[in-house]
Ligand binder design. Sequence first.
Ligand code: DX5
Ligand code: ZN
Length: 222
Amino acid sequence: MSHIIAPSLLASDFLHMADQIELINQSQADWLHVDVMDGVFVPNISFGQVLMPFIKKGCTKPLDVHLMIEQPERYVEEFVALGADIVTVHYEATRHLHRTIQQIKQAGAKAGVALNPHTSIQNIEDILEDIDLILIMSVNPGFGGQKFIYQTLPKVRKLKAMLEERNLNPHIEIDGGVGLANAESLLQAGADALVAGSSVFKSEDPVKTIESLKSIEKNKSY
Ligand code: DX5
Ligand code: ZN
């Protein structure tokens, strides 16, 4: 299966959100990435439940909801009810991660776990079997448009090896500073889902940029 491209709504023009979502519908994007920030877990506040029904109504692609909020267990069921297809919570934000994952799955969505740049993949070793997606943050969460942290590459390789050793196949999603310049190396390292905010929405032709990101082949020989 080819890799997944998930444009991040955070980088879109909110004044024209309907058009921006329609652009995603018309593109080769696989998912729409929805960044929810609470101003506590991360320094920024983005949007929350109030916007979800509108996004759901407009978007024909699965919603990949990234909760950057403290104690996400308080809200996961609500986000699933509002149309989230994947709910990703941060390892650093929930005390009983296993329980939170079960809550998401019982509510009927796929469950993801996000790791901040400083969080080692060893922390989730014992629950790998339970998760559908691992989101590796390649910037410190909170803002779009930041510079990609290069240590992400060895981290992804290590995670891929760990999963292969156990014959597990959850998505490995990378989020932050991803674009045409580093997408290929991330796919080579083992990622199969790329979040792209600024590199898509701030480009001249977002649909074309998505197409270019989608058509990157890993293991291409030159
Ligand atoms: C950052 C968010 C990202 C962000 C990515 O905290 O989780 O999803 O929108 O934006 P870019 O691609 O611009 O780094
Ligand atoms: Zn995100």
